[in-house]
Ligand binder design. Structure first.
Ligand code: G
Ligand code: G
Ligand code: MN
Ligand code: NA
Length: 254
């Protein structure tokens, strides 16, 4: 079976799943958000990560369908947590650049939230710099429209795209996610500590929220916290968790 036909069957066979990685406020010691990450439970290969199949999904023209599945599942989970009295936090979903080309993105997000009774404030969209660098009216309109719905927007992998920062004033972006390549050596001696400090200072002066990605050590966490970036995501705190484990983390902490 080719990977393509296996992927087509994955939609019919309900082989996709979401895991949720907690975002932790190190100042307060609590879970303040989560990022939904898709996994493919391949019938013979086991669990396949998105890096291995999203490029093919995009090539096959199925990224819109996958994005819709991801948002629907996240909304179903949020609605169930809410009914069960689980303390809610905003959940981030990733949007790939190709999803921005679709005419129906705004309507489908609005309708999916409404269908599940999920408040827009509960969903954050993580977009890459490559989306924001396209200086087109269409991009600005899509982003403003999504923002107008009440969703917040985060720049994923911040600092790894093009170097222009012009898009930060063009678009209403709420949060910068400091890429883990900078976080990795932020407690070291090279340039990365200075880069991380500069990103934090810039976000603060622009009134943007911050999340540090890929935090793996206490030393990294201490440096980030000392410089004013309290919200962190990474293996130091938690791996991406199955729904039941994430739910338990919302109820009882990590
Ligand atoms: O979870 P993992 O570290 O394997 O994710 C690898 C990459 O896949 C990350 O860059 C992440 O943003 C992306 N990714 C994970 N889930 C989704 C998804 O639902 N949609 C899109 N477009 N990308 C995703
Ligand atoms: O690009 P994006 O930020 O969406 O990717 C998130 C990915 O980062 C997920 O695939 C997740 O598994 C991975 N990840 C999360 N925490 C860590 C970490 O502490 N270290 C490393 N190396 N990867 C991480
Ligand atoms: Mn992300
Ligand atoms: Na990222």
């Amino acid at each position: 079976l080719s990977m393509e036909s296996a992927l087509r069957k994955a939609f019919e066979g309900d082989q996709f799943a979401l895991v949720y990685q907690p975002k932790v406020d190190a100042d307060r010691g609590c879970v303040v958000g989560g990022e939904a990450l898709v996994r493919w439970h391949h019938p013979t290969e086991g669990v396949v990560g998105p890096a291995a199949f999203i490029p093919l999904i995009e090539e096959m023209g199925l990224i819109g369908q996958l994005g819709q599945w991801v948002l629907t599942r996240a909304c179903e989970d949020i609605a169930r947590w809410c009914r069960d009295g689980v303390p809610l936090v905003p959940i981030a979903v990733n949007l790939s650049a190709l999803q921005f080309g679709r005419q129906d993105l705004h309507e489908s997000i609005r309708d999916t939230l409404a269908a599940h009774g999920v408040a827009p404030e509960m969903i954050e969209l993580e977009v890459t710099e490559s989306i924001l660098m396209r200086d087109t009216r269409a991009t600005a309109e899509v982003l403003e429209g999504l923002h107008g719905l009440g969703l917040s927007l985060a720049v994923d992998d911040f600092g790894t795209g093009y170097s222009s920062l012009a898009y930060l004033k063009r678009f209403a972006v709420d949060t910068l996610k400091i890429d883990r390549s900078f976080v990795q050596d932020c407690a070291g001696t090279g340039q990365d500590p200075a880069i991380v400090r500069a990103i934090i200072a810039m976000a603060q002066s622009l009134g943007m929220a911050l999340v540090a990605e890929g935090v793996e050590t206490e030393a990294q966490a201490r440096v980030l916290q000392a410089h004013g970036c309290a919200v962190m995501q990474g293996y130091l705190f938690a791996r991406p968790l199955a729904e039941a484990d994430f739910r338990a983390a919302l109820c009882d902490g990590l």
